[in-house]
Write a protein that binds this ligand. Structure first.
Ligand SMILES: Cc1ncc(COP(=O)(O)O)c(C=O)c1O
Length: 466
């Protein structure tokens, strides 16, 4: 194993970015209601809103765009995906769809009968939404350690096996549609699941005749953590670990905007021919014919190539190392982050960052805006605004953690960009303890409110958030 940390690519195409003046940033924030989704991309210097679809494709991926086969049926580009999926996972049937949530929709319409449960580690929000809209219920059985930002656990994405056993015993096979492991666990901060945990979950699933699935958006990052942190696998290649992981599941959904490093795309992988046949009609009705689903031939070619590249050790070593480097620099400066640092993002603990802002005044949302004002850096809130209100009481839910997420796009930003980001955060942190008031809701959006809700400063006389 090569231990040296190096950038395993060079840049031959660049995209111009610029930063509006400080006064302009103050105005942009006010006009956008202190909501990061309301800021135009042209006004953002370092965009850390998401790692989804924002990565940089390689020269070989771009060549696949030109080579894409746009045939309606039997496209060569589709077979490039099928071949690499089978090589990596051993799973024979693959359905292309337009993105991860489309895979969830197609799978759940077929897999879930009214009122069935889908236990797992913390489900991503669209996953939970699709389980619920198919009549099911998502049950979060992640280990307790995942809820404490200061506790170190090498696999904070693990499912609690005792809780899973008890749940299956109580609710019985017929009330459980399937078990879902999200690798890595996005909602838990990009935290990995160990191979031991996957194996034990597989045993429980098999003993009870329940299918086990992956939400595999960041499967390669999960495999890298297994190699680094699970002694038994430290001499295995990433591809060997991936093969072993997938040998334990019946199938998977995948948002290919993450680990396949394409701007758009998704997959469903299925072991059973019967289930594959059952998925055909909802796929064709919602997405497209089975050899293109929701994608063009060009994107399918780039996706297939992305799956080759993402499973290279050097790529992952640099990728996860870059995220860790940013987290370590912040930690050394005493900035409260979630530990251990996950695979695709660094999370700042909003309540600890702003100890004097009342919890009801959205400290993490305030922090996202302060980082934009200070340096044109755009993170996103994963906290009180995102979780919304209790449907029964109408009260704002107080989540266990109120976080500000800095998601790092793949192969996109340099060391200097990361250092600039760290300096911006340090600058905001210097005065953070002096800030006594945060934000109040101005106009609340319906449904997934974090996309649309606008805010006002509680202290309306204030010009700057810093
Ligand atoms: C773990 C996980 N599952 C599913 C999805 C949904 O994928 P998409 O955005 O491609 O619809 C995401 C997106 O962020 C995700 O992180």
């Amino acid at each position: 194993m090569k231990e040296k940390w190096f950038v395993p690519y060079k840049y031959r195409m660049v995209e111009k970015i610029s930063i509006p003046l400080k006064e302009e940033r103050v105005e942009i924030l006010k006009k956008g209601g202190y909501n990061m989704f309301h800021i135009k991309a042209k006004d953002v210097y370092i965009d850390l809103l998401t790692d989804s679809g924002t990565g940089t494709m390689s020269n070989i991926q771009w060549s696949k765009i030109i080579m894409g086969d746009e045939s309606y049926a039997g496209s060569r580009s589709f077979f490039e995906i099928k071949d690499i999926v089978e090589e990596l996972t051993g799973i024979p049937f693959v359905i292309p769809v337009h993105q991860g949530r489309a895979a969830e929709k197609v799978l759940n319409t077929v897999m879930i009968k009214e009122s069935q449960f889908v236990p797992g580690n913390t489900h991503f929000d669209t996953t939970k939404g699709h389980i619920e809209s198919s009549g099911g219920r998502a049950i979060d059985l992640t280990i307790d350690e995942s809820a404490d930002s200061a506790i170190y656990h090498p696999f904070k994405g693990n499912i609690d096996l005792d809780k899973l056993k008890a749940f299956v015993e109580e609710h019985k096979r017929e009330n459980i549609a399937y078990i879902l492991l999200t690798i890595t666990c996005n909602s838990g901060g990009g935290q990995p699941v160990s191979l031991e945990n996957i194996e034990e979950t597989h045993k429980i699933a098999k003993a009870n005749g329940i299918p086990l699935f992956f939400d595999a958006a960041r499967f390669a990052e999960n495999a890298y953590f297994i190699k680094q942190r699970e002694n038994k696998y430290k001499t295995w290649t990433i591809k060997e670990i991936v093969k072993k992981m997938f040998s334990l599941v019946e199938g998977f959904t995948m948002s290919s905007k993450k680990d396949a490093i394409v701007p758009m795309g998704g997959l469903i992988g299925i072991r059973s021919e019967q289930l594959f046949n059952d998925l055909a009609t909802p796929t064709i009705l919602n997405e497209g014919y089975l050899t293109y689903g929701g994608m063009s031939g060009m994107v399918m070619g780039a996706l297939a190539q992305g799956l080759h590249e993402v499973t290279e050790f050097d790529y992952l070593h640099y990728r996860i190392g870059q995220v860790k480097m940013l987290g370590d620099v912040l930690k050394e400066a005493g900035i409260p982050i979630v530990e251990p640092i996950g695979g695709h993002a660094v999370f700042l603990d909003g309540r600890k960052f702003y100890p004097n802002i009342p919890e009801d005044e959205f400290p993490a949302q305030y922090l996202t805006a302060a980082l934009y004002e200070a340096g044109g850096v755009r993170p996103v809130e994963v906290g009180a605004n995102l979780v919304g209100r209790d449907p029964d009481t109408g009260e704002n839910i107080r989540p266990k953690l109120d976080l500000c997420r800095l998601a790092i796009p793949r192969r996109t930003y340099s060391y200097e960009h990361m250092m600039y980001t760290a300096e911006t955060i340090k600058e905001v942190f210097k005065n953070a303890h002096k800030i006594k008031h945060g934000l109040k809701i101005d106009i609340e959006g319906s449904g997934l409110r974090h996309f649309s809700t606008t805010f006002k400063l509680v202290n309306s006389k204030k010009k700057s958030l810093l």
